[in-house]
Each structure stands twice: as C-alpha cells, then as structure tokens.
Design a protein. Structure first.
Length: 280
C-alpha cells in the first residue's frame, strides 16, 4: 500500500490541498503556521523519562517556512537523575514541487541544532546540522467508485534526515520516518458521505521510525527500528494525537517498556489576523 501511494503526488490544510494530519514523529512536508506541544512519558529497563517538547512554525512565503523548537527532559535512573533543556532546533523547509491533483508534495529542509542545552541531560555540546527530504502523498486521486472509494482516505508522509556535528568528534545521525494514515474525513469529501461529522475528525495512523548513529569515532550504533501506532482528532483550530511506541529491534526493547506520546497542534492562523500573513 505504501509503495502504491508514493507513486502519485500532496499538501496540508490550505485552500483545496489535502489536509494531511500532524504526525507524532514524522515531519510533515507542507509549510504552515502552527504551534506544537508534545508531552511524553517513557518507561525503560533502568528508569523513566518525562519530556515536554514545543515548537512554532511560521510560513514566510507560499512554499517556505521556518520552525523553532526545544524540549525539556526529566530522566530518573537507578543511580543517576538528570533534568534539563535540549538544544534549540531551527528547521527551515522549502516545498519545491507540489501536485494538487495527485495530492503530492516534495520538500527540502535544513535542520540545525544549536548547542544551547544541558550537556549533563544529554544535549550535544556542538552544533549539529544536516539536510532533510520530506514527502506527502494522498490517495484522493483514486476513482470515487466501488472499493476504490474506501481507499481514497489513505495517505503517506515520509521524512529522511541526515545530520552531523559541525565540530568536535564525528557522530553522524541518520533518521527515517514514514507514517501511514486513514483520514476518515476524506470519505465525506466525496459524492457519497458515509460517516458522521464527529467520526470524520478521527485519523488512525501507524508510523515506522528508524534512527542510527551511522558514523562515529566511538559511538556507532546498530539500527533502531520502532513502530508508533495511534490516532488523531482534529478540527479547524487544533489537532490532538495520542500514541505509543513498540521496539522492532533489540536495541530499542530496553528503552520502550512503556511509552505514552501526545501531540497538540494549534493552527494559530485560524484565529489571529497576523498568523496568516505571509511576508514574502
């Protein structure tokens, strides 16, 4: 199914573009105006971690946006506790290709982490930077008849990022995420509405997440694959997503005994006059 969806072209809630939902981990490809808050709790084999991440994204032109974010973590382990801020993240993205008819969008990004966080809490002491490629693809271009009608709500979002330390020791990180969702609200946009408006706001989804330190003088790691199932509920002003995470490889089993992830997206351009302004 994922392979089929990726063959055709996307977007987020703007004009007649498909309104892709905000995932918990996978970065979305559409420049937008929104604020995101993500509390989380993880129980591992040797302790637990409470975290709170936040970011704000501002659309600077039709195809370009800048996002700034940070996170706070409180980790409790058997012999060591740590609390502090992570490094501030600056993420710029430019949508270089959009096909509205086939619900496809491809976006290039640049990810920068400034060394502002607490090193004792796990933050890097050097700037980390690297490129990103983001893709969205909806199945709304399938025929609205027969069994195809119920395939149209499917959508795929994918993001690949590769970052390295700008100074200090070598430690290159690779990350790849892909989310498959079924947007029930898309059924109501066809000629045959089949569900209630309340149910149409739900989107069940599953993310597949990969992360690895691919090159490093001392700390190369094996691949860490995880699956993140959940569901989202949204209206015109905000979205709430709830999910958990399960390890698919031995590396992640010890750190994912229990996981609760929450994402709250606020579309501030829907209720502020300045939020929707595009400077350029």
């Amino acid at each position: 199914m994922v392979a089929i969806l990726l063959l055709v072209p996307s977007v987020r809630a703007q004009a007649e573009f498909r309104d892709f939902f905000d995932t918990l981990i996978t970065d979305d490809a559409t420049p937008s105006n929104q604020a995101i808050v993500q509390p989380g709790w993880v129980k591992s084999g040797n302790g637990s971690n409470l975290s709170l991440a936040w970011s704000i994204e501002k659309q600077l032109s039709e195809n370009f946006s800048l996002q700034i974010g940070d996170s706070f973590g409180d980790t409790s382990r058997r012999f060591h506790n740590s609390t502090g801020l992570d490094n501030v993240e600056f993420f710029g993205k430019y949508a270089f290709y959009t096909n509205v008819e086939h619900e496809f969008r491809a976006t290039a990004g640049l990810d920068i982490f400034a060394p502002t966080g607490d090193v004792d809490a796990g933050a890097d002491s050097h700037t980390r930077v690297g490129p990103a490629l983001l893709i969205e693809k909806g199945a709304g271009d399938l025929p609205d008849r027969g069994a195809w009608h119920f395939m149209r709500p499917f959508a795929t979002e994918a993001a690949a990022t590769y970052t390295w330390l700008a100074s200090g020791r070598q430690a290159d990180d690779a990350q790849f995420d892909i989310a498959l969702s079924y947007q029930l609200g898309h059924l109501r946009k066809s000629r045959r509405p089949a569900i209630s408006p309340w149910l149409a706001r739900f989107t069940p989804f599953t993310e597949f997440n990969y992360q690895q330190t691919t090159f490093g003088r001392f700390n190369t790691t094996p691949p860490d694959w995880r699956i993140t199932p959940g569901f989202a509920w949204d209206d015109n002003y905000y979205e709430v997503a709830l999910g958990t995470q399960l390890a698919l490889t031995k590396l992640g089993i010890a750190s994912t005994h229990a996981v609760v992830l929450v994402g709250i997206s606020i579309y501030y351009d829907q209720f502020t006059s300045w939020g929707g302004d595009i400077p350029f």
